[in-house]
Design a protein around this ligand. Sequence first.
Ligand SMILES: [Zn+2]
Length: 272
Amino acid sequence: TRRQAHLMRDFGATVLCATPSYALHLWEAAHESGVDFRELPLRTGIFGAEPWSEAMRRDIEEKMGMDAMNIYGLSEIMGPGVAMECVEAKHGMHLWEDHILPEIIDPVTGEQLPPGQVGELVLTTLTKEGIPMLRYRTRDLTSLDYTPCRCGRTHVRISRLQGRSDDMLIIRGVNVFPQQIEGLLMESDGLTPNYQIIVGTSNNLDTLEVRVEVSDTLFADEIRKLQMLENRLQKSIKEFLGVSAKVRLMEPRSIQRSEGKAQRIVDQREKS
Ligand SMILES: [Zn+2]
C-alpha cells in the first residue's frame, strides 16, 4: 500500500478507482509515510463494490482532497460502470438506459414497483450480443429516479444501494430491510451503529424488537430523555416501515460482538 501511494504521487495520477475502504487504507499508508493526498494532482475517486455511506464520502473527500463518486456494476452485465454518479449533483447514479433497461420489483411477489420505491433491481441488456441478459435479478436493493438531474443528463438514476434482497425480513406481511432500520437509527444523535433486530412470535403474530446501544454521553443522561427517544424511534419505524416495533436502548457495549460480519438479525420464529 505504501508503495502504491508513492507511485500515485510519482506518476501524478488524477483518478483513483478502488473500493472505498481500500482508499482509506491507502490514505493511512500515505499519511504514515508523509505523503499528503491533498497535495497530489488527484481530483476524482471512483468507488464501488461494497456498501458505503454519505458520511464515508465526506471523510474520503476531506482526507484525500478529491470528489468521491459512487459507481455500480456487476460482472454478469458488464462489470463496473452499469451506473455512476455525475460530479455536478452526486445524487443518484445515472444508468446507461440506451444499453440497459432497469426495473424494480418486489423481491417476494416479483411485481413491478413504481419509481421511488425500494425493491430489487432487475436488468435487461439491450445491446449486449455475447451473453445477453433478460430480466436478470441482481438481488441488489435500490430505487429508480426519473426526475431530471441538476447536471442536465436525462438518464434514470438509481439510488445508493441499500443492501441485498436476501437480507429481507417479512414481518406481519410487510417487507422490512435491516438497512432501513439502520438508516432510521443513524438519524438520531447519541446512538451507536451497534444494533440488533430480534424477530419473534406472540399469539401467532410476528413481533419486532430493535435493540441499539447508546453512546456513553447519552447513557449518562436522564432516564426520561432515553424513554422519549425510544418512543420517538418506535414512532418513526411505524411511520416509515409500516410495522410496529419495540425499541430498547441498551447500555454501551452490551450487545455481543462477533468476529467478522456482525450478527444483526436474530429470528426466533418457528419455521413451519
Ligand atoms: Zn446528474
